[in-house]
Design a protein around this ligand. Structure first.
Ligand SMILES: [Zn+2]
Length: 347
């Protein structure tokens, strides 16, 4: 299956942090043809192993399976679901979104509502409505009715958005952070049918709430080199200063020199830059970024693991719907594969 087909399936699946089962099952199915063994560790990371030569380095690829979302916190006596946020979500983008509440009895469709603007006071209308003033309306008329429909405190809530291709290479969809990394990881394995390196392709859990899955996965794998495949902010929209970011959608995979959790190991950065140059893959470089990726956590495992990140520029991340270029995703896989082929000479 093509990268686009895989991304469509992965994007449409639900995997709010800590509840990644649907994505995990999909990952196991999609990774299987390209690896020798697959296991799920105790935190429920997927670890796929492609065996290499004993003398060659062990490389850990990491793409997180979870997405930002919401969780039912309380159910009001009128039947409205009030929620906590799972991961970094801007309160301003929540209002009026269509969402899905994943209950044990099945999925419920709902809308994020607030006090209607018509009956707000002038000064209320100017204020940002914060998430604790919002609620999810699933059409239940009471707490008991909501419970009967299956809603419970602790149920996760995802955005109700379907993947779509809107241009030759341009796609929109939910949870591209980091389902595109998952799709790129599968594609990288496809390109590495023949390699001496031992590769652990890991779909991590709970990245959005503190890079948690990567911590246990990296401890277990004990790699020589770590590469996270994730998204980065594409700043090619109105209102973004050049100082903030120069990364553009469609201009190639992005290599992070430093973010708030990682200063990319110089040998890994050199490896990635040289691999891009030698294979004529257009790339972008960014530094001083807020936020971080699984690479930050992998790099601090045991006695330390030289690590770096290959990022796919994505617009509107951590919102209900993102946009990216499939060309960037394909080139990210090419770059990851080229770097792994070159790794033996460097490490
Ligand atoms: Zn991410």
């Amino acid at each position: 299956m093509s990268l686009s087909e895989n991304l469509e399936k992965l994007s449409n699946a639900c995997g709010v942090a800590g509840r990644e089962a649907e994505v995990r099952n999909l990952m196991i199915k999609l990774l299987k043809p390209h690896v020798d063994e697959i296991c799920v560790d105790k935190l429920e990371n997927v670890i796929a192993l492609k065996k290499g030569k004993k003398t060659a380095p062990k490389v850990m690829l990491a793409a997180h399976m979870d997405e930002v979302g919401l969780m039912v916190k309380t159910i009001s006596k009128e039947g409205f679901l009030q929620f906590a946020k799972m991961g970094g979500i801007d309160d301003r983008i929540l209002l009026a979104q269509k969402v899905i509440v994943y209950t044990e009895k099945g999925a419920l469709q709902g809308i994020v509502g607030s006090k209607p603007p018509h009956i707000q006071k002038e000064e209320e209308r100017k204020k940002i409505v914060t998430y604790d003033e919002l609620f999810i309306d699933v059409g239940a008329e009471s707490r008991e009715a909501a419970a009967k429909m299956g809603a419970k405190v602790g149920d996760v809530i995802g955005f109700d958005v379907k993947y779509a291709r809107i241009g030759k290479d341009t796609v929109i969809g939910k949870a591209f952070d980091d389902r595109v990394g998952c799709a790129v990881m599968i594609e990288t394995l496809k390109l590495l049918a023949k390699t001496d390196c031992t590769i652990y392709a890991v779909g991590t859990v709970q990245e959005e709430v503190g890079l948690r899955g990567a911590a246990t996965a990296a401890f277990g794998v004990d790699p020589d080199v770590g590469i996270a495949l994730d998204v980065t902010v594409a700043g090619d929209v109105p209102g973004v200063r050049e100082f903030d970011t120069t990364v553009k959608m469609g201009k190639g995979p992005t290599l992070t020199v430093s973010d708030s959790g990682l200063i990319t190991h110089p040998k890994v950065l050199r490896l990635l830059l040289d691999s891009a140059e030698e294979n004529k893959i257009a790339y972008q470089v960014e530094a001083g970024l807020m936020g971080s990726t699984d690479a930050a956590r992998i790099s601090l495992t045991r006695q330390g693991v030289p690590s770096g990140t290959i990022s796919i520029p994505t617009r509107y991340i951590h919102s209900p719907v993102g946009m990216l270029s499939l060309k960037d995703a394909e080139n990210s896989a090419k770059l990851a594969a080229a770097a792994i082929q070159k790794i033996q000479k460097t490490f």
